[in-house]
Design a protein around this ligand. Sequence first.
Ligand code: PMP
Length: 360
Amino acid sequence: MDRVYNFSAGPSMLPLEVLQKAASEMTNYNNSGMSVMEMSHRSKVFEEIIESAKSVLREIMGIPESYEVLFLQGGASTQFAAVPLNLARNGKGDYVITGNFANLAYKEGARLTDATVAASSSDKNYTYIPKLAKDMFRSDADYVHITTNNTIFGTRYTSIPDTGNVPVVADMSSNILSEVMDVNDFNVIYAGAQKNIGPAGLTVVIVKRSLLGMASPKCPTMLNWTVHAENGSMYNTPPCYSIYIAKLVFEWIKSMGGVAEIQKINEYKAAMLYDFIDNSLFYANGVEPKDRSIMNIPFVTPSPALDEAFVKQAAKCGLVSLKGHRSVGGMRASIYNAMPVEGVKALIEFMKKFEHENIT
Ligand code: PMP
């Protein structure tokens, strides 16, 4: 069977070139006589892999030296707890609730700190990003937590809120490396790898060095960013193979011309799909246009029965994992960096055909 166009929200498609390179190095990496999966994380060969992964990520994201890059485990969900435990000064965290994961981050935060909802878009089922202003945040909060792209609801921030002196912490799981962002606008960025970075199992944390050393004494060692920073992300065994694939993905982004070029392709893909949906009387996307994600695009047909038929028939045509999240229904096309333009074109062709066959 040929490869399909996989619209999964994550784990999701990886660039074919990356998979092919990994396959060619699977049993014998760089004349080491072994797979990256088999080698000691303390070996010189692996040390080169992790150092190169960090430095290429620094280069493509423009991460200043004043920030630490950590390769951790436990998914973005583990960082929901790590954030309040590491930034424990006044014991206060402010949250902007723009979707399911933002809410989970808040709920976890509320177990560990005095967490407050500064703003929420739950009134309209998270179809927009609330307008934010400095006076909505507590000036003595340890951080303001935002979710830059909302994977389930298909919204994204197009500007980063002014929080005054309060550090901005961003869950960037579903749009890291998809568009140019100024790392200086954030104090902490974290992301699960399984969308735009590589395989599940790796979590990237980018933290301003000046915020290290503030962890609560109760912070478990494995959640402590300072411990991981002091140990070069090797306090314990890191997710070696995921880090290796991430390095190949970072190199692929660089070879494509960097994040700015990838952004152009992403905007092109998203505009194509949104234009088609907006010009159709059959399909609809309910997100506030100015807040639309360029990574996750939810849409519906006129009925849940047709939605179900759409997902089934699309899969038969090699367009898979289009079912929307259970909390939203309908369909969702996740079109991360590795989704080729041809994949989006094939989806639109299928949508035209399905509409033609089912319009009444
Ligand atoms: N935040 C966002 C924005 C996500 O999309 C996800 C997963 N889809 C998570 C957090 C949770 O990530 P993980 O499964 O890596 O814990």
